[in-house]
Write a protein that binds this ligand. Structure first.
Ligand code: 5GP
Ligand code: MN
Length: 335
């Protein structure tokens, strides 16, 4: 589909589904709800469908009440996907990232539009706005609305609030190398358009349950293992600990960054024994490829400095495997 064809489709009211990756984060929800608020202004029938639930600290976002969680009403989601003429796929580029929704989207009649900033896109889309240099998909939504659709007036206060949230969360509050001067300029524009940066930061980062803070304390005092001989560190979490601290979706977000904050550490991992399987979150500094490890050993992937994967093996075996992988990467870790 060409840009002109997409523009002409969007000139008439359409039935649109917007979806994003499972366990959506701030960028997934910010870009989805930001695009939602743009498209409804044009008279489209729009439904955001997430494959799974998402953290409480994102529920304050404008139009959150309109979101349909697939696992909570599958039959409604199936009908909407089947009836959609356009399906926007945001912040992911591989249909396995949206679980069972993936095959529904693949087989749907609607044209698929991928807007994303991850490596190695799968070829399932009809139109692509993809750039791995973007710090967030929300940045690409801003670009899509302003430069592709040429509709700057659609960026209302609600849209600006959502897009700012996505950019802030995916850029680590503007501290990663991806937060270029252009990103700061976009953020400044979004603030001009009504995004309250101080309030958004507070709602996302100062909105944790008491449990989450105590869980973090437990991880740091009891569970952090620092392997100075590899410039690596990890935190492992058992199923019992998840229960003990009543951990909910989002409560483990950011915990891995504390392991990376230790002086000299180049690779950090958070290894969690979730009820279905072991989930790994890796973070690295500089040019160390965390995504390579996830892709090669843990059926996952991601960005160079932030990646994830899974394992069907028991927690202890996964920890051993991770430590063995460090041996293979020792030279790079000590550089
Ligand atoms: P997190 O550690 O926050 O779960 O994920 C960090 C990044 O790694 C995500 O933004 C995503 O790009 C990627 N990622 C996490 N889990 C997976 C996975 O299972 N498969 C793939 N391909 N990427 C993942
Ligand atoms: Mn993102």
């Amino acid at each position: 589909m060409t840009k002109a064809e997409l523009q002409s489709l969007l000139a008439q009211p359409q039935h649109i589904v917007i979806t994003t990756h499972h366990k959506p984060d701030g960028d997934a929800m910010g870009s989805s709800l930001g695009l939602y608020a743009c498209l409804v202004q044009k008279g489209h029938h729009v439904q955001v469908i997430t494959p799974t639930d998402y953290p409480q600290f994102l529920h304050w976002m404008p139009n959150n009440a309109e979101v349909l969680v697939f696992t909570e009403d599958r039959s409604r989601a199936e009908k909407l996907v089947a009836a959609a003429s356009l399906i926007f796929c945001l912040d992911f580029n591989n249909l396995s990232r949206i679980n069972e929704l993936g095959e529904l989207v693949r087989n749907a009649e609607g044209k698929k539009i991928m807007i994303d900033h991850h490596l190695d896109p799968e070829d399932f889309d009809d139109y692509r706005h993809w750039n791995i240099n973007a710090c967030a998909t929300a940045q690409l939504i801003y670009d899509f609305v302003i430069n592709e659709l040429q509709e700057p007036a659609l960026v209302t206060k609600d849209v600006a609030t959502c897009l700012y949230t996505g950019i802030m969360t995916d850029s680590g509050s503007f501290r990663f190398p991806s937060a270029t001067a252009d990103v700061y300029r976009i953020a400044a524009n979004l603030i001009d358009l009504g995004a309250q940066h101080w309030r958004i930061h507070q709602l996302v980062y100062d909105n944790a349950s008491e449990n989450r803070l105590r869980f973090l304390g437990h991880c740091l005092s009891e569970k952090l293992v620092v392997l100075h001989e590899y410039n690596a560190a990890y935190i492992s979490v058992t199923r019992e600990e998840l229960q003990q601290y009543a951990i909910e979706t989002g409560d483990t977000e950011g915990v891995v960054n504390y392991a990376l904050s230790v002086n000299g550490i180049r690779l950090a991992a958070l290894i969690i024994d979730r009820p279905d399987r072991v989930k790994l979150s890796l973070r690295s500094t500089g040019d160390f490829p965390a995504n390579e490890i996830c892709k090669k050993y843990f059926n996952g992937g991601g960005h160079r400095n932030a990646a994830g994967g899974v394992s069907e093996e028991p927690l202890e075996a996964v920890i051993e495997k991770f430590k063995n992988i460090l041996k293979e990467y020792k030279t790079q870790l000590l550089q």
